[in-house]
Ligand binder design. Structure first.
Ligand SMILES: [Zn+2]
Length: 244
């Protein structure tokens, strides 16, 4: 049971704006900084599901992202086998692929660090921003964003706005990747299957202890719509606060 891409993207928009708010003393954000950060964080909030063959992120770049999915799943299974205790079941496929390594805080920090380092080079920054923007468009607009060419073109405009106009620093691109990924993990904690939020720390003899909130949502239901509406309303309130 996966939370759907639009919900992850919407919560990513919210935490992207919130992160801009928190980092305001360092960033001195203008409208472009806030808007592009929101979009890119929404894209980053789809990244962890690259460990699922049917996820939006996996289908986003054809054979390239499918190969990335295979790699992420293989690495996840390897790390799971190396660190699991007899109490760890390995999730859906009992092999530690989906909702394992890519759904941990250390993974979010590491991917954020790599994205930040890549972004030190301006072309790298454009590539990171383009990948995130193209994910965000697919997450936010669903079926309306089916054409690879159209999505890629709009994503290129967003990437140029983020890197050239808003001039987002490399450290910020890295930070928003980590924030987006952690947002995804927290979103999945709202579903009954939970997420390995504590990894690599052990709890009750389990290192892949699945954390879920006391009140969980079934995906595709009214609860999930509520997540989207609350994220949207929260974003609007924060933007108004930022503008004031
Ligand atoms: Zn997930």
């Amino acid at each position: 049971m996966r939370m759907m891409a639009p919900s992850h993207a919407m919560t990513g928009v919210l935490t992207g704006v919130a992160a801009t708010f928190v980092a305001a003393p360092l960033l001195a954000p203008d409208l472009w900084t806030t808007a592009t950060t929101a979009v890119l964080t929404a894209g980053a909030a789809l990244l962890p599901d690259l460990d699922h063959p049917q996820a939006t992120a996996t289908r986003s770049q054809g054979p390239v992202s499918r190969a990335a999915c295979t790699g992420v799943r293989a690495l996840s299974a390897r790390v799971w086998r190396a660190t699991a205790t007899p109490r760890d079941g390995g999730g859906w496929d009992a092999d530690g692929t989906h909702r394992h390594l890519s759904h941990t805080v250390p993974a979010a920090l590491l991917v954020g660090l790599v994205a930040g380092l890549v972004s030190l080079w301006w072309l790298g920054a454009l590539l990171v921003a383009w990948l995130l923007a193209s994910l965000a468009l697919r997450g936010l607009f669903g079926r309306a964003a089916r054409s690879w060419l159209a999505v890629s073109g709009v994503a290129a405009v967003v990437a140029a706005l983020a890197v050239v106009v808003a001039d987002l620093p490399a450290w910020w691109l890295g930070a928003l990747v980590a924030v987006g990924m952690v947002t995804h993990v927290l979103g999945d904690a709202l579903t009954p299957a939970g997420v390995p939020l504590l990894w690599p720390l052990a709890r009750r003899g389990s290192r892949w202890w699945m954390v879920s909130t006391p009140f969980t949502l079934t995906t595709g239901t009214r609860g999930e719509k509520a997540v989207q509406v609350i994220s949207g309303a929260g974003t609007v309130s924060l933007v108004l606060l930022l503008a004031a």
